[in-house]
Write a protein that binds this ligand. Structure first.
Ligand code: GLU
Length: 504
């Protein structure tokens, strides 16, 4: 085990959009694999056809492409253990189910859903286990001939694991340490269903982890209750020596209060819980996604990396490579991580600042087009440079900068009342002449000339500058005035001043 190559997997069931907690699980698997020069596999666990949702697998793959989480093997990239979709591995599992049956470690059960319901009604807290299996219709209570006849007559059956009560089952978890469970609380879980000739999650998961030589199972805490059963399955199949190490990650908790983060918390508090927007194929309902909400993928990765893991220092901004270098399961916490989405916004803000103006401009261009603006890339980059510190999201850039691209059509009433004085039109008319005379229309030079004129005339600096801003921007916001007029140009500046004098 010690020298075994690191091979980990992310094994989602395609039952809907990938929850943000699942994204974190995949990310930790990715970081762990990269750190140890190992491999990451994407396996689709779709043996429960009842819960299959069309489009979910494509959604999962697209999410990881967007986030930059890459796989070495998997349903979308192939690999030596293909196929990586469990529904295409049907033929592989039956042999191991038979092995358990032959060894007496599993048995065949014929109980119909109605019979099971009847038992549940009859026995409080009914569980199919050592205390009840003798009351049921299965290969332990029926003769071998009866079983054979039933199967040959086409009766549907399931195969259940036979768990002996009263034994301690030890799960060695790399995050939680030794977790000991008494087998008496476990039930005889279904491993296989004749109806669709498919194993259940537990069986397929163990067989595939074994065949794919998985070294570590890193997954959410919600799977911890299944781990004792999985340990027993490895033992029953004779694979204990190559059993993967387990690491169960802490839950993601609601931002407010206790309990697991749910989609409803996101709806209630206004943040996405899915990486990409998802349209439910049945209801048509749309759930928001981080991508569509304007998050940068590396900001999402950084944010998620710190929900359950810490580097042990105060550093908060990490590149993917830094995360890979620093990641360890030992530094993952046992206790749940509060999903602080305000912090998510903070990360996005930081990532926008860290990116070049050109990169952000490229993301902003489509929004400009939507607003009917055609602008050169270098102008957009300049504008971005002036306003990006004011935004958390690329979408917010338009509200902060539209006046760079189009003249105001209205003037904010409050500002007009406060800033537009009796002598303003005359002063701005003079300002137009001053601006006309400036040859070198750069921020520094225009500022010097304009301020020189104001000083000479002993005008009130604040009054002039505020009215000037109102005429150019339409309200009292925006970056440094002389930066603005340099970008929009002398002609446009003068045109806007003339228009303001004529309209206000
Ligand atoms: N198919 C399970 C899921 O949907 C896999 C759990 C595991 O990683 O073992 O998450």
């Amino acid at each position: 085990m010690e020298n075994q190559k690191v091979r980990v997997r992310f094994a989602p069931s395609p039952t809907g959009p990938l929850h943000i907690g699942g994204v974190r699980t995949a990310l930790y698997n990715y970081l762990f694999a990269k750190k140890h020069g190992g491999e990451l596999i994407l396996r689709i666990e779709d043996t429960d056809s009842q819960r299959f949702v069309p489009g979910a697998e494509e959604y999962i793959i697209e999410s990881f492409n967007w986030l930059g989480i890459t796989f070495d093997e998997g349903v979308h990239v192939g690999g030596p253990c293909a196929p990586y979709r469990q529904s295409e591995r049907k033929d592989i599992y039956k042999k191991y189910v038979d092995q358990l049956l032959d060894a007496g470690l599993a048995y065949v059960a014929f109980d119909t859903p109605q019979e099971l319901d009847a038992k549940r009604a009859e026995i409080a807290n009914f569980q199919y286990d050592a205390s009840t299996r003798g009351l049921m219709r299965n290969s332990l209570t029926l003769s071998a001939d009866e079983v054979k006849t039933l199967i040959e007559a086409g009766n549907q059956y399931v195969v259940r694991i036979k768990i002996e009560p009263g034994q301690d089952v030890v799960v060695n978890d790399l995050i939680r340490g030794e977790v000991v469970i008494n087998s008496s609380i476990l039930d005889d879980k279904v491993l296989y269903k004749s109806a669709d000739q498919l194993p259940t999650y537990h069986m397929a998961n163990i067989v595939d982890d074994h065949l794919m030589e998985i070294s570590h199972v890193i997954r959410g805490e919600e799977w911890l209750p299944s781990a004792p059963l999985h340990v027993l399955l490895y033992r029953f199949l004779g694979w204990e020596d190559t059993m993967p190490r387990f690491a169960h990650l802490p839950l993601l908790l609601k931002p407010d209060g206790n309990g697991k983060l749910s989609k409803r918390d996101g709806d209630r508090l206004g943040f996405p819980v899915f990486p990409l927007e998802w349209k439910d194929p049945k209801s048509g309902d749309i759930s928001s996604g981080y991508r569509e909400a304007g998050y940068l993928p590396d900001a999402v990765v950084n944010f998620l990396a710190l929900l359950g893991w810490n580097s042990g220092t105060d550093q908060e901004i990490f590149s993917m490579q830094e995360l890979i270098d620093l990641f360890s399961l030992e530094r993952c916490s046992k206790s749940g991580a509060k999903f602080d989405f305000e912090k998510g916004k903070w990360f996005n803000h930081k990532y926008i600042q860290a990116k070049s103006n050109e990169e952000i401009a490229a993301l902003f261009q489509p929004l400009l087009k939507e607003n009917g603006v055609e602008a050169a890339d270098d102008k957009v980059a300049q504008v971005v440079g002036l306003v990006k510190e004011r935004v958390n999201f690329v979408q917010e850039l338009w509200a902060q900068s539209s006046f760079f691209f189009e003249a105001p059509t209205t003037y904010d009433e409050k500002t007009v009342k406060k800033r537009w004085k009796e002598d303003t039109p005359a002063q701005l008319t003079e300002l137009i002449e001053v601006l006309k005379g400036i040859e070198d229309f750069t921020p520094h030079n225009s500022e010097e000339v304009v301020k020189g004129w104001i000083a000479e005339k002993e005008y009130h600096l604040g009054n002039i500058m505020n009215a000037f801003r109102l005429a150019i921007v339409g309200e009292s916001k925006g970056p440094h005035m002389f930066d603005i007029i340099t970008i929009i140009g002398k002609e446009e500046t003068i045109a806007r001043l003339e228009k303001a004098i004529a309209t206000i």
